[in-house]
Design a protein around this ligand. Structure first.
Ligand SMILES: [Zn+2]
Ligand SMILES: [Zn+2]
Length: 383
């Protein structure tokens, strides 16, 4: 017997209801459960004046070395709540070629784009230019024609052509152990030349399950956009344990509007925040905007005859906030380091020694990364 049956039989026994009521009753239950399912909370609240666009700009399908058809990539992205993806199959590496003849490198985009018609997801055209190091693997997204990027004998020609097509071009997994056995991201002279000519615009600091402090330093020193991508080849749910509450690495773009051309502009302007495992990674100004929008602070109150201030901090995001207090006071129920879980609040009791009208509490956000081993500092002020 389902819960609805139990409730109905109780109601019938006690209220003598008609079968018509039963039909209406079940309809109500169904509608209600759909409403609950439909209430999807956002990953993060958008800062004022921006739309936070959830993107994955590095995805594979059977049209290179991935294991799924492009339409499944679209379904996965919609289920996970993404707004924009790019299918970036390897141009030069085509291990399924004898099973899936692939003369047109635009096909995986075209199939995915058709599958996304009238769906809440944008698909943009892209490719992974796949070379040995240097320059290593390079993604070009917002391209016009993928076939024209294929130059098997020249390490730079595809990158130059992508730029002619006004693409956004970035360095992939610069810390990948297969190309950097020590796991340290670094720039070779060819990278420096390409960056110097303005042909490279971003760098992955997180790729699939790997992360690079050194890549963040490269991004900041060379004014490259900070990116994190899934580089998914198999099933996203399995890789990132999404049904168990996990998520793929997502690059959030602080865009004026949820339209591809605005997202592209914001990418070139470096307005990104990467969500990788429990880390939020980005340039300080971007992370500050994100964190301010995702922590609410109450007024302070005091119990009669006490001078211990009570203040409520609320985490409005899907990510835990790992906070370290750096100010002069001490807390009555906590040490200086604590976590506010996703969508939860924290009541802090602050021993202020004298009664205050408002409070400014400085924190280091230990899982907000603004540089190599460097974390965001922000001050939360009572309402
Ligand atoms: Zn790659
Ligand atoms: Zn890849």
């Amino acid at each position: 017997m389902t819960l609805a049956d139990k409730i109905f039989s109780f109601a019938k026994k006690n209220l003598r209801l008609s079968p018509f009521f039963k039909a209406g009753f079940y309809l109500l239950i169904i509608l209600n459960s759909r409403l609950v399912i439909g209430q999807v909370k956002p990953f993060f609240k958008s800062p004022d004046g921006y739309e936070l666009i959830a993107t994955d700009l590095h995805i594979h399908t059977v049209f290179s070395d991935g294991s799924v058809w492009p339409d499944i990539r679209v379904s996965e992205a919609i289920r996970e709540g993404l707004d924009l993806i790019s299918i970036t199959d390897h141009l030069e590496y085509q291990p399924h070629k004898s099973d899936i003849p692939h003369p047109d490198r635009n096909r995986s985009f075209e199939i995915a784009n058709a599958a996304a018609t009238k769906k809440p997801l944008s698909v943009i055209r892209g490719a992974e230019i796949t070379r040995s190091m240097p320059p290593g693997h390079i993604n070009a997204v917002f391209v016009q024609d993928v076939n024209k990027l294929l130059f098997p004998d020249d390490p730079s020609a595809g990158i130059i052509e992508a730029n002619k097509q006004n693409a956004f071009v970035f360095l992939n997994h610069p810390n990948w152990a297969r190309q950097r056995p020590d796991g340290i991201a670094k720039l070779d002279p060819l990278h420096e030349e390409l960056i110097g000519k303005g042909l490279i615009h971003g760098i992955e600091v997180a790729n699939e399950t790997i992360f690079s402090d050194e890549a963040i330093t490269i991004a900041l020193e060379n004014n490259l956009t900070i990116l994190g991508t899934s580089d998914i080849h198999g099933i996203a749910d399995w890789k990132f344990k999404i049904p168990e509450g996990g998520h793929r690495p997502i690059t959030f773009v602080l865009s004026e509007k949820n339209e591809s051309k605005h997202v592209k502009k914001a990418l070139f302007e470096g307005k990104t925040i990467v969500w990788f495992k429990d880390l939020m990674i980005g340039k300080e100004e971007n992370l500050l905007k994100l964190l301010k929008a995702n922590i609410s602070v109450s007024r302070i109150t005091y119990e009669k005859n006490e001078i211990i201030a009570k203040i409520i901090l609320k985490n409005l995001s899907a990510n835990p906030l790992n906070l370290k207090y750096t100010g002069i006071y001490t807390f009555h129920e906590d040490g200086s380091v604590f976590i506010i879980p996703p969508y939860k609040e924290k009541i802090l009791q602050v021993k202020t020694l004298s009664r205050k009208k408002s409070l400014a509490l400085p924190f280091e956000v230990l899982n907000a990364v603004i540089g190599a081993k460097e974390h965001l500092n922000l001050t939360l002020v009572s309402d």
